[in-house]
Design a protein around this ligand. Sequence first.
Ligand code: SAM
Length: 218
Amino acid sequence: MASMFDSVARRYDRMNALASLGQDRLWRAALVRALDPRPGESMLDLAAGTGASARPLARAGARVVAVDLSFGMASLGQRRHRRLRFVLGDALALPFADQTFDAATCSFGLRNMADPVAALRELRRVVRPDGSLVICEFSTPVGRLWRRLYEFWLKRVMPKVARLASSDSPAYTYLTESILDWPDQAGLADLMREAGWSAIEWRNLSGGIVALHRARRG
Ligand SMILES: C[S@@+](CC[C@H](N)C(=O)[O-])C[C@H]1O[C@@H](n2cnc3c(N)ncnc32)[C@H](O)[C@@H]1O
């Protein structure tokens, strides 16, 4: 997994903007609003990649620690955003003490993990009591027509876009498959509950292509 992300690191942000038709900026803005960081609040961005979500969170006033398993993604992120703190680490064994952070977040990362429930438990361990979690992840579009259009985009158009952008095509085949295999909104809420999170609620973005799930460490 880490080596796959190492290989796409350089073009990753550009491909995101292209493949989402620029929607990714709006999704990240919604993520910041959902977390609503207070100045100086400590926040963990898990699977931070090159820091695409960590950066707007830091701009909003949070002290963000960006964790990723891929050296390629994290080192590029650190070079691009000197004010963020990047840490190389695995979601399943985070290198932090219990209750270190006021909040945690993960955008487009959980789907890539071998054991998402274990990762959600680990996030719960490092967040303080009553702290919050926001997961931003691909989900299931609402309505049959929208879902069909989206699947057409995923299966037929996106692979061509990936090839044109001369990015790593197998990585984008993996992306399509992992999105289609991932649980829907209620399914992710169940996984979060199983990991011990409470007060779970979600909001659809772009008609459910992406969902923001928010929870509390009760
Ligand atoms: C699709 S990228 C998302 C990056 C970033 N959060 C964003 O929104 O652009 C997924 C990231 O998850 C990281 N990742 C996958 N498995 C991980 C794990 N077990 N622990 C930490 N990071 C992991 C990958 O290295 C990759 O950078």
